[in-house]
Design a protein around this ligand. Structure first.
Ligand SMILES: C[S@@+](CC[C@H](N)C(=O)[O-])C[C@H]1O[C@@H](n2cnc3c(N)ncnc32)[C@H](O)[C@@H]1O
Length: 351
């Protein structure tokens, strides 16, 4: 029973925050009652945990590995499906489960920490949905260019002008799979697909200038893309997007450098580790100051939404979030801004 309690604590997501203190308190308490019993319970529980961990890691990495970057699309779709199925869902993506399929289900299970990541993706999606609606309505956008669109279904689920041209760009295997799965559905605006490897600079520049000629006001979206690129590639993309004069707005999620360090320390990266071991890209782009970074390439930050604050506003923050917030403001005031901006959504406007 006691071992079970310790293991549940160690495995619980909240454990990363509360665990060291609680474990210390619990072990100290047991120790003061009965030293022998405490020592044997603690070492037994640790051995079981280590065995679980070794076994789990071996089984998971043997069976499930991400073959390439496009698999992350299944993962994100599955988180959207899980959110959609909640009673208090922030977003309703009725196609998400169909698109995520068994692959998405399996990847989510192996990565673990399902609830926390589902909430993070749900809030990201919710905020981006809201900003798209606002910009399209208020700024007279006639073309949306969604780069690395993956299994996103906004053209099918957002209330958008029927005349809006919505262009999705991704690798051919992702877009053909998505078209097949959604072949009986009707988009609510004028949807087009472009199969393109965005790392091919000449082809993407040609695409951008082609879109620029036909459009008056373009909104670009790069949701879940930039983190996978090294800083120099994001810089090149920022410059390429600034070249065509009608590309006026750019919406993206940006992760801060501290968030990425924390993620590296705590996140169960079994799948990602395997993926990186293949010599592929990793999570890379996390500028210390997003405002300054994008400004260098002619993009000003028009809106910056903190995912932490949004999660509190939508009552989906981590437990005792308000308490943590007050505590942080009090004990580490100078770091608070950085913490608040661990994960953000930025709406950039051409200078
Ligand atoms: C994390 S998913 C995000 C998908 C989508 N934006 C969303 O939020 O659901 C990353 C996407 O980037 C796409 N991607 C990565 N590198 C790419 C490249 N060089 N060219 C085109 N697409 C790419 C992948 O295929 C995948 O669909």
């Amino acid at each position: 029973m006691t071992t079970c309690f310790i293991n549940v604590l160690l495995l619980h997501p909240l454990g990363t925050v509360l665990l060291p203190q609680m474990r210390l308190f619990f072990v100290n308490f047991l120790y003061s009652q009965n030293r022998r019993l405490a020592t044997s319970i603690y070492s037994m529980s640790r051995s079981i945990l280590i065995l679980f961990f070794i076994y789990g890691t071996r089984v998971n990495t043997e069976i499930v590995t991400m073959k390439n970057i496009s698999e992350t699309a299944y993962l994100v779709a599955m988180y959207r499906a899980l959110e959609t199925e909640r009673k208090d869902a922030l977003i309703k993506d009725l196609f998400a489960r169909r698109l995520a399929g068994g692959r998405g289900e399996m990847l989510v299970e192996v990565i673990g920490d399902k609830q926390r990541t589902t909430t993070a993706i749900a809030i990201r999606t919710y905020v981006i949905d809201e900003l798209i609606r606002q910009v399209v309505e208020l700024e007279g956008i006639d073309t949306v260019l969604n780069l690395a669109a993956g299994l996103d279904t906004r053209p099918y689920r957002l209330c958008l002008p029927t005349s809006l041209r919505w262009i999705e760009v991704d690798l051919p295997e992702v877009l053909s799979y998505k078209q097949e799965r959604l072949k009986d559905e009707q988009p609510l605006c004028c949807l087009e697909h472009v199969n393109l490897d965005l790392s091919n600079l000449a082809s993407r520049q040609a695409l951008f200038s082609q879109i620029n000629v036909a459009a008056k006001q373009v909104l670009v979206i790069t949701e879940g893309l930039l983190s996978y690129l090294p800083e120099d590639q994001v810089a090149l993309l920022a410059a390429d997007l600034h070249e065509p004069p009608n590309f006026r707005w750019w919406l993206s999620d940006v992760t801060s450098s501290i968030a990425l360090q924390e993620y590296d320390k705590y996140y169960p990266r079994k799948i990602f580790d395997q993926y990186f071991a293949n010599g592929n890209q990793t999570l890379l782009f996390a500028p210390p100051n997003a405002l300054e970074f994008f400004q260098q390439y002619g993009w000003n930050v028009a809106k910056l939404r903190s995912l932490w604050e949004e999660s509190l506003r939508r009552k989906r923050g981590v437990q005792f979030a308000r308490f943590w917030e007050y505590l942080m403001r009090w004990v580490a005031r100078e770091h608070w801004e950085k913490i608040r901006n661990l994960g953000t959504i930025v709406l950039l406007e051409r200078e």
